[in-house]
Design a protein around this ligand. Structure first.
Ligand SMILES: *[C@@H]1O[C@H](CO)[C@@H](O)[C@H](O)[C@H]1NC(C)=O
Ligand SMILES: *[C@@H]1O[C@H](CO)[C@@H](O)[C@H](O)[C@H]1NC(C)=O
Ligand SMILES: *[C@@H]1O[C@H](CO)[C@@H](O)[C@H](O)[C@H]1NC(C)=O
Ligand SMILES: *[C@@H]1O[C@H](CO)[C@@H](O)[C@H](O)[C@H]1NC(C)=O
Ligand SMILES: *[C@@H]1O[C@H](CO)[C@@H](O)[C@H](O)[C@H]1NC(C)=O
Ligand SMILES: *[C@@H]1O[C@H](CO)[C@@H](O)[C@H](O)[C@H]1NC(C)=O
Ligand SMILES: *[C@@H]1O[C@H](CO)[C@@H](O)[C@H](O)[C@H]1NC(C)=O
Ligand SMILES: *[C@@H]1O[C@H](CO)[C@@H](O)[C@H](O)[C@H]1NC(C)=O
Length: 348
């Protein structure tokens, strides 16, 4: 009886060990974090300011490393900031072991290669900045599993492929910046499910198709930047009525056509309106004069017709006004000379 019990205990113990060994996520501790950083250091082929040389070593507690912050409760690495120190190298798979990471800033370095899929285990990440590096490969769909992500900044890398569907699982996302990559395909309609989105920046990629109207239902949106793609289609009149706090609309250098939507004049907080280098036509409405916060108005290189409305003089904060290369007739209304902030004017 006693023997049976002790062999039962042994089996339980073995099972327990097996479970612990096969679920690496549950047994990570600060030593795991230290190893992950030492691994990162081993993948760095150039560290001109000797940043990692000095701050990451087996002799230094990782929580005392420069650029590292540990959580006060778990004493695990909570944030890592290695931005702008000219590092060249790759991100190792072990990086996914930093399982308590909330903020990761590797911006403005020369990291290259693909992002390891193991990073999907950084499930507490809220802030991820990988901008101005040389990461390549398809935009990883596993970003969609980072359910706490609020800021994703991939600006100026070499990411390809289309915007993964899974992105729209990141309902906490507030800033999505994919400017200056080589992303193609259409902007998926499901983007409308990112109800907390404030900034959507997709500038200088190779996106095609029309702008999904679902975007215009995201009432928190402040910046929509799509300049320098091949987006087509027109913008229906009422489209902008759901965007009360829109501050920047950047649509230049695409293939958009149709009239300027009148509802734009309801976006009273708009500061930048950039529609140049498209195929827009029709008149410039007098309602544009209601955009009293406007600082930049680019309408050049389109097919706009008619006269420049007198109400343009109401844009008392305007700094730059460009309307050249259209089919506009008549002269510049003298009300324009009432705008004391105006520095650049190109009308023809
Ligand atoms: C972390 O866990 C390992 C076993 O997985 C153990 O050897 C090590 O002592 C632990 N480190 C700390 C700081 O608790
Ligand atoms: C990282 O450090 C740089 C330079 O000190 C700073 O500008 C940047 O805001 C920091 N990033 C984060 C996420 O705090
Ligand atoms: C660390 O990451 C590696 C590679 O992803 C993995 O094999 C290992 O089990 C992880 N270790 C811990 C303690 O989580
Ligand atoms: C991208 O970053 C590089 C530096 O790494 C810089 O020279 C280049 O101007 C940047 N490109 C854009 C479009 O911002
Ligand atoms: C979205 O998240 C759910 C819940 O975590 C997950 O089951 C599903 O696979 C995710 N969908 C995509 C497309 O990533
Ligand atoms: C926008 O939201 C309204 C109300 O919730 C809904 O009726 C409409 O279908 C939505 N439009 C788009 C394009 O998603
Ligand atoms: C501006 O908003 C008001 C109130 O929501 C609405 O009645 C009006 O039609 C809108 N104007 C345009 C030009 O869409
Ligand atoms: C310029 O502004 C003044 C004062 O606000 C106003 O009286 C005048 O009518 C304006 N002139 C034009 C041409 O709009």
């Amino acid at each position: 009886m006693e023997k049976a019990f002790s062999s039962f205990l042994l089996i339980v113990l073995l099972l327990l060990l097996y479970v612990m060994a096969s679920s690496p996520m549950t047994k990570t501790n600060i030593t795991t974090d230290q190893l992950a950083l030492l691994y990162l250091k081993s993948q760095i082929i150039s560290d001109p300011s000797h940043f990692l040389d000095e701050s990451v070593s087996p002799a230094i507690s990782v929580c005392h490393s420069v650029g590292v912050t540990c959580g006060s409760r778990h004493q695990r690495v909570k944030s890592l900031n290695l931005s702008n120190i000219a590092l060249i190298g790759r991100i190792p798979r072990k990086f996914g072991n930093l399982s308590f990471l909330v903020s990761l800033d590797l911006g403005i370095n020369n990291f290259h290669g693909n992002l390891p899929q193991e990073m999907t285990r950084l499930r507490w990440l809220k802030f991820l900045d990988l901008s101005v590096n040389n990461f390549r490969g398809k935009v990883p769909s596993w970003f969609g599993f980072l359910h706490h992500l609020q800021v994703l900044n991939l600006v100026n890398n070499s990411f390809t492929g289309s915007i993964p569907y899974s992105f729209f699982n990141m309902s906490t996302l507030e800033t999505l910046n994919l400017n200056f990559n080589s992303i193609d395909g259409k902007i998926p309609k499901v983007i409308g499910s990112l109800i907390n989105l404030r900034e959507l920046r997709l500038r200088a990629n190779q996106l095609t198709g029309s702008i999904p109207f679902t975007i215009f239902n995201i009432s928190m949106i402040e910046v929509l930047a799509f300049t320098g793609n091949s987006l087509s289609g027109s913008l229906p009149n009422g489209l902008f009525n759901g965007l009360p706090i829109l501050k920047g609309l950047y649509l230049s250098s695409n293939k958009l056509h149709g009239h300027m939507p009148t509802s734009l004049s309801n976006c009273s907080q708009l500061q930048v309106l950039s529609l140049s280098e498209n195929e827009f036509d029709g008149p410039i409405h007098s309602e544009i004069g209601r955009l009293s916060n406007l600082q930049i108005l680019y309408l050049g290189t389109n097919h706009f017709t008619g006269i420049i409305p007198q109400e343009i003089g109401n844009l008392v904060n305007l700094v730059e006004l460009a309307m050249e290369d259209n089919k506009i007739t008549g002269s510049v209304p003298i009300s324009i000379f009432n705008i004391s902030s105006l520095q650049v004017l190109s009308a023809w």
